[in-house]
Design a protein around this ligand. Structure first.
Ligand SMILES: Cc1cc2nc3c(=O)[nH]c(=O)nc-3n(C[C@H](O)[C@H](O)[C@H](O)COP(=O)(O)OP(=O)(O)OC[C@H]3O[C@@H](n4cnc5c(N)ncnc54)[C@H](O)[C@@H]3O)c2cc1C
Length: 324
C-alpha cells in the first residue's frame, strides 16, 4: 500500500478495507475501489455485525449470499456499520453466508463481497445509538439488504467460502489504527486535566497542587507510556514478522489501549467536575468513543481468548508434556 497523506485522513473501516483490497482484491477491484480510497476521494464501510446473532463469532453470520446464474443475491440485515452514513461512503465489504453451505466446515461457509452503496435493494434504515448519541454525520448504520444483486465475478473477494479467513486476516492494521487514536485521545485528556486543574482552585489551592491530583496525573502518564510502547512494539512485529505472527501483540494492544484511554478520560472528567459531562466539554464524547472500542473490532473477551490460546500453546510447546 502506498501510504499517501490522504490515508491518514481515512476512517478506521477504510484502513481495514484497504488492507483487504490490497491483499485479496483483483486488479479490477483495486482500480475501482482501492485507488479512490487511497487518494481520499471515497470512503467505505465494513458490514459484518448483525442484530440477531452473536457477531463476535463471525461464523454465526446469517445474511445469505445466493448464487443465481452469474450473480449473487444478498438478503439480510447488518447493524453498527461505521461510516455507512457518510455521503462519501461508496462501497461496503459485506460478509454473508453462502446459501447451501451448511455441510461445509463452519469457517468455510462465509464469503465477502463488494457492494456499491447505491445498489438497488440496499437501504440505510437508521443510525444506531452510542450512549444516546448518533455519531453523526458518519454514524454507525443499520443496513437492510433486500434482494441486492451483484455480479459474482467482479464482487467476490478472494473466493467463495474465504470470508472467515479474510476477517481473521483483516483486522491488524484497523486495530492498531484504533489504538494509536486511543493513545492520542488519552494524551489530550491528560493535557486538559492539567489545564483545568491548574486554573481551578478548591479549598484555597489549585486542584493541581493536591497530592491525589498529582498522583492521578502521574498514573495517567505512566499508563499512556505503557500503551505507547506496546503499540510501537506491535507495529514493529507487524512489519517484521507479518500480521499473522504478530497476532498476540495486536491482541494485547487492542485490549490495553481502549481500557487505558477509558481510565484516563474518566479521570479527566472527574477533574473537570460537572463540566466534564457537559456539552461544553469534548471529554464525555471521547469517553463514549473509547468505551465503544472495547466492543468494536471484537470485544475484549475475544482478544483475551485468542491471546490466552497463543500463550498456552507456546507454554505447551516449550515447557509442558504433550498430554496436557
Ligand atoms: C460504535 C460501534 C461501531 C461498530 N462498527 C462496526 C462496523 O463498522 N462493522 C461491523 O461489522 N461491526 C461493527 N461494530 C460491531 C462490533 O464489532 C460488535 O458489536 C462486536 O463484534 C460484538 O458483537 P455483538 O455486538 O454481536 O456481541 P455478542 O457477540 O453478542 O457478544 C456479547 C458479549 O459477549 C461476551 N463474549 C463474546 N465472546 C466471548 C468469549 N469468547 N468469552 C467470553 N465472553 C465473550 C463479550 O462480553 C461480548 O461483548 C461496531 C460496534 C459499535 C458499538
Amino acid at each position: 500500500v502506498v501510504w499517501s497523506a490522504e490515508v491518514f485522513n481515512c476512517s478506521a473501516p477504510d484502513t481495514g478495507n484497504m488492507e483487504i483490497l490490497h491483499r485479496f482484491g483483483t486488479p479490477e477491484q483495486k482500480a475501482r475501489w482501492l485507488d479512490p480510497l487511497l487518494d481520499g476521494s471515497i470512503r467505505s464501510c465494513f458490514g459484518m455485525t448483525e442484530p440477531d446473532v452473536a457477531s463476535s463469532d463471525a461464523r454465526n453470520i446469517q445474511l445469505t449470499i445466493s448464487k443465481v446464474g452469474s450473480n449473487y443475491v444478498l438478503n439480510g440485515r447488518k447493524w453498527y456499520i461505521s461510516g455507512a452514513g457518510d455521503p462519501r461512503c461508496k462501497v461496503c465489504i459485506v460478509m454473508g453466508k453462502m446459501e447451501g453451505s451448511d455441510n461445509a466446515p463452519s469457517h468455510l461457509q462465509q464469503s465477502m463481497v463488494l457492494v456499491s452503496m447505491d445498489a438497488p435493494g440496499l437501504s440505510i434504515v437508521r443510525a444506531c445509538g452510542v450512549f444516546g448519541g448518533d455519531d453523526s454525520p458518519h454514524g454507525h448504520m443499520e443496513l437492510v439488504f433486500k434482494d441486492v444483486v451483484v455480479d459474482a465475478k467482479s464482487s467476490i473477494l478472494w473466493d467463495e467460502g474465504m470470508g472467515f479467513a479474510i476477517a481473521q486476516a483483516r483486522l491488524g492494521p484497523g486495530r492498531i489504527h484504533h489504538c494509536m487514536r486511543s493513545i492520542g485521545c488519552a494524551q489530550r485528556a491528560l493535557h486538559w486535566m492539567m489545564l483545568r486543574s491548574s486554573e481551578r482552585k478548591v479549598f484555597g489551592a489549585p486542584i493541581i497542587s493536591r497530592a491525589n491530583a498529582r498522583d492521578t496525573i502521574a498514573e495517567s502518564r505512566l499508563e499512556i507510556e505503557q500503551c505507547r510502547l506496546l503499540t510501537l512494539h506491535a507495529a514493529h512485529m507487524m512489519d517484521k514478522v507479518g500480521n499473522k505472527a504478530a497476532a498476540q501483540h495486536i491482541a494485547m494492544i487492542k485490549i490495553a489501549a481502549p481500557r487505558m484511554a477509558c481510565a484516563v478520560v474518566d479521570r479527566a472528567i472527574q477533574m473537570h467536575g460537572a463540566k466534564g459531562l457537559s456539552q461544553d466539554s469534548w471529554l464525555n464524547f471521547a469517553y463514549a468513543n473509547q468505551r465503544t472500542l472495547r466492543l468494536a473490532d471484537g470485544p475484549d473477551e475475544v482478544h483475551l481468548m485468542s491471546l490466552a490460546k497463543t500463550v498456552i500453546s507456546d507454554f505447551r510447546k516449550h515447557f509442558a508434556p504433550a498430554k496436557l
